[in-house]
Every structure is written in structure tokens, then in C-alpha cells.
Design a protein around this ligand. Structure first.
Ligand code: HPA
Length: 268
């Protein structure tokens, strides 16, 4: 009997680290405005991935952060030059899938609509409404015989959201909210923001769709880490200035990098 216990113990010593290795996922981080590079990333490789949909916004950067495998993609290119409505979302998501991404944290600058969503805060939305138009928004769009209707009741991965929120204790994160995706590149009118508010939206950005839906089509768990850059139009006195946006983004991105570090160290 004793030798059986010893054999089981020896097997556990071998298999536990191996198992742990297996469940560590490769996390892709999509960086938005204010996050074109991850300075704490230990870069191991950089590749351009060919896709049937053309070129991704940037090369994919492969590296390690907090000891975990990370793939980084700059959504607007590096340096930042691609407007939200011109981004090749299909190529971006396809390239990440091809490169082995198993979960995606999509960082995105947003305007704050409801009172909790104050500038420089991070929010992890749980719902979205898509107001964008004319974007290539599906992998199933080419061939009507192959159309599939993915379930999108809950657009962000619940388990990944919970893990991210848990990792962000102490960072004053807003734990839910409805993200409105507008077409851009202009900011909204005050009346448009009131309409979004009446629709139940808390945050407004220009890049959340079709990104989230394409990730779902490719079956990659996806969450949005929204960084509030400004009060949305009409929610504060005066016009929205680029200076104000850049200043709030700098603070918000410092917290975001800390959040990513804590997430990768604790969970990924
Ligand atoms: N509206 C839309 N997108 C944005 C905003 C905004 O106010 N701020 C940052 N991205």
C-alpha cells in the first residue's frame, strides 16, 4: 500500500507543474489610443501575420509580462495612424487567432456618459450597443450559404471579466457598464450623447465593434478594458480638447498597465 502512495505522490510532483503549464493561457492585448506599446513587455519576437483579409494594423509583438505569454497588437498601428472606421478588424482578430491568442484584453479609450464614468477611470463593460456602420463586421459575410448566427447575448466573456475585475482591486475600477460604439472619427454631438444615455449607454468609444463580435466568431474569450479619456459631449462645460484627452489617458494608461501586470501575475 505504501508504495502505491509513493507512486501517486511522485506522479503528482511531475504532473502538477506540467498541468499548470497547460492551463496558462496566451493572452493577447490590443492596445488602443494611448497604448501603442507595452513598455514592461519583454519582447521575444515580432511578426507580420498574413491573413485572408489583408494586413493587420501592426506587426504582432510576442513577449512575456509577469512571466506569462503575451501577444501585443497596436489597434491603430505603431505609430498611431489608422482611424477607427479604417481599422481592418477582421485581419487583426484573424492574425491574433493564427498566432495562438487564447484570450483577448482589448484596451480602448472612451468618453464617459454616466456620473461614475469620470475621466482617467477604468471600466470593464458588460454590455454594448453598436452604432457603427459600413465596417467589415463578420467572417461569415462573404458566402451566404455558410452564414452562422453567433450568440451574442453577453458580448464580453464573463469569466475573463471577473478575473480582470478581481485583479484590479485598489484601482477604483468601474465593474460594469454599457459601451456604445459610434462610427467616428468625429466625436459626438451633445444630442447624440443624450440619445445614447436614453438608450442605456454609460460609455462611448469608436473601436469596440466589430472587434468584440469577430472575437466571438473566432471563439476567443474577449473583454474590453475601457479607459475614460473625457466626459462625453455635453457632459461637462465647454468643448472636448485633445490636450484633456491625452492627459487623462496618460493617467488611465498607467493604471491599465498596472492592471494588466496584476492580471497576468495572478491569473492568466
Ligand atoms: N466619444 C467617442 N470615442 C471616444 C471619446 C468620446 O467622447 N473619447 C475617447 N474615445
Amino acid at each position: 500500500m505504501v508504495w502505491i502512495t509513493k507512486v501517486i505522490y511522485a506522479m503528482q510532483q511531475v504532473s502538477l507543474p506540467a498541468l499548470k503549464g497547460n492551463i496558462m493561457k496566451t493572452t493577447a492585448i490590443i492596445g488602443g489610443s494611448g497604448l501603442t506599446e507595452l513598455d514592461s513587455l519583454k519582447i521575444l519576437d515580432e511578426k507580420e501575420i498574413a491573413t485572408p483579409f489583408g494586413k493587420a494594423s501592426s506587426t504582432l509583438v510576442f513577449g512575456e509580462l509577469a512571466g506569462k505569454k503575451v501577444i501585443f497588437l497596436a489597434r491603430h498601428g505603431n505609430p498611431h495612424h489608422i482611424a477607427p472606421h479604417k481599422i481592418n478588424y477582421r485581419a487583426n482578430l484573424w492574425a491574433l487567432k493564427e498566432a495562438g491568442a487564447e484570450q483577448i484584453i482589448a484596451v480602448a479609450a472612451v468618453g464617459g456618459i454616466t456620473p461614475e464614468m469620470s475621466p482617467a477611470r477604468i471600466a470593464i463593460p458588460n454590455q454594448l450597443i453598436d452604432y457603427s456602420y459600413g465596417r467589415e463586421h463578420s467572417y461569415f459575410a462573404e458566402d451566404s450559404d455558410a452564414v452562422q448566427h453567433i450568440d451574442f447575448t453577453v458580448p464580453y466573456d464573463d469569466s475573463l471579466r471577473s478575473q480582470l475585475i478581481r485583479s484590479g482591486k485598489g484601482l477604483n475600477i468601474v465593474e460594469m457598464g454599457v459601451y456604445a460604439c459610434t462610427q467616428g472619427p468625429r466625436l459626438e454631438t451633445a444630442a447624440e450623447i443624450l440619445r445614447l444615455e436614453r438608450d442605456g449607454c454609460d460609455l462611448v468609444g469608436m473601436t469596440g465593434m466589430p472587434e468584440a463580435a469577430l472575437a466571438r466568431e473566432l471563439e476567443i474569450p474577449y473583454v474590453c478594458c475601457a479607459v475614460v479619456a473625457n466626459w462625453a459631449a455635453g457632459k461637462a462645460a465647454g468643448e472636448i480638447s485633445m490636450d484633456e484627452i491625452m492627459q487623462n489617458l496618460e493617467q488611465g494608461m498607467t493604471d491599465t498597465k498596472q492592471l494588466l501586470q496584476q492580471f497576468l501575475a495572478n491569473v492568466a
